[in-house]
Design a protein around this ligand. Structure first.
Ligand SMILES: *[C@@H]1O[C@H](CO)[C@@H](O)[C@H](O)[C@H]1NC(C)=O
Length: 395
């Protein structure tokens, strides 16, 4: 027994990554122990699910360990809780790979067809490790185009309180890369998310019905919103994001099909929008109800691209729709937003007739590549302190 212990001890000391993991965690469940092949071809889903059963049943901070240097092909999988331990680690050092063609996706072991990899109802989930999640989206983009109902997202966290996600690379999701819904207490940091600029609806991160979400130090270059903050989101802090190409960091769209939408207490700071079709964006659909309030964007750098600052309450409608019922947009502060856009118009505030109120702009300096830029606004009440371009309807 003593000899075995000594051998194990030596093994851990000799292997730095294992030392790190085992120092923090009592129990490590390696997917290879459950029959995973890690050759990028064989279906490793069942091995992962079997390992997950043991992880989820273990006490004392277990770890699902996915080693470096291997690629694991997974069919759609759902890792479900609640789990026994208050903290559950997933250490992803290797690569997770989706099936290579739409026809080869097999949904039989998953609970839903909305996500490739889903984590649900797991509190204290910590996912990290430097690995890659490759959604092999290209055949989906070709087959379905903009028709996003038919495409799955790559990674979904649903009902996971006290979630941490850090240090991974996410590439080529069939739809949005990461979806966070119904989670309270989330920390996301140091991710790299990338898909081609032309890929449809490949948002970086979508947040909905979640609160106390902290997102920090991401590099996102995809075909749609870098981050989208959807209904039911509140107390969301986002900082140090490099976004582009992409569609900016968006609130909404809210109020689609006449729905109620609500978003409040959103703080976005120290972000760069490089070559994005939009930058700072709030979008609501005509006919919706609810509100978007207490929103601050500050210390924003604009490098090329279009629509650097836009509130659009006629989203997916026309300018005539601004007369219709609408969500209320209020208490929005845009501070220290600088740079150069490819657009002639750099600030667009298209508010519904109910009006956007207390819209505060401070230290805005946005030029167009062709010289000065312009601003337009409808139904806006607020102030502008040191604004280039000047915004005529603000005091
Ligand atoms: C979130 O941002 C707001 C505004 O900058 C700040 O007051 C608050 O302390 C931040 N929350 C955390 C936990 O960092």
């Amino acid at each position: 027994m003593k000899v075995l212990f000594a051998i194990l001890l030596l093994f851990f000391i000799a292997s730095p990554s294992l030392v790190k993991i085992n120092a923090a965690n009592d129990l490590c469940f390696n997917v290879f122990q459950y029959g995973a092949k890690g050759d990028g071809v064989a279906d490793d889903s069942n091995a992962f699910l079997k390992a997950w059963q043991d992880v989820c049943a273990a006490e004392d901070t277990p770890t699902l360990f996915i080693p470096d240097g291997s690629t694991f092909m997974l069919q759609p999988v759902s890792f479900s809780g609640p789990c026994k331990s208050a903290t559950v680690n997933v250490v992803l050092e290797g690569t997770l790979l989706a099936p290579g063609s739409v026809e080869n996706w097999d949904w039989t072991t998953s609970r839903n067809t909305e996500a490739w990899i889903q984590f649900r109802h797991i509190n204290g989930l910590v996912v990290y490790g430097g690995g890659t999640i490759d959604g092999q989206g290209a055949p989906w983009w070709i087959k379905y185009g903009k028709n996003d109902q038919d495409r799955p997202r790559a990674l979904q966290f649903s009902g996971c309180d006290n979630l941490q996600l850090a240090g991974l690379t996410h590439v080529n999701s069939p739809k949005n890369h990461i979806s966070i819904d119904s989670c309270n207490g989330v920390a996301v940091s140091d991710l790299y998310i990338t898909a081609p600029e032309s890929s449809p609806n490949t948002d970086g991160i979508d947040i909905a019905s979640s609160s106390n979400v902290f997102i920090d130090r991401l590099k996102i270059a995809t075909g749609d919103d870098c981050i989208a903050i959807n209904s039911g989101s509140k107390f969301i802090n986002i900082s140090d994001i490099s976004c582009g190409p992409g569609h900016g960091i968006s609130i909404g769209s809210l109020g689609k099909h006449g729905e109620f939408g609500s978003v409040e207490e959103i703080y976005v700071k120290r972000c760069t929008f490089q070559g994005t079709t939009n930058g700072v964006r709030i979008k609501t659909c005509p006919g919706g109800t609810g509100y978007a309030k207490k929103i601050t964007y500050e210390d924003i750098n604009i490098v090329g691209g279009y629509n650097p600052v836009i509130i659009d309450q006629a989203y997916e409608g026309s300018i005539d729709d601004l007369k219709r019922e609408s969500l209320k947009v209020s208490d929005v502060t845009l501070r220290n937003i600088r740079g150069t856009t490819n657009d002639k118009e750099s600030i667009t505030l298209n508010c519904a007739s109910v009006g956007c109120t207390n819209i505060v702009l401070e230290d805005i300096n946005i030029n167009s590549v062709n010289g000065e830029s312009s601003a337009s606004c409808i139904n806006v009440q607020g102030t502008c302190n040191s604004c280039n371009p000047t915004v005529s309807c603000l005091n």
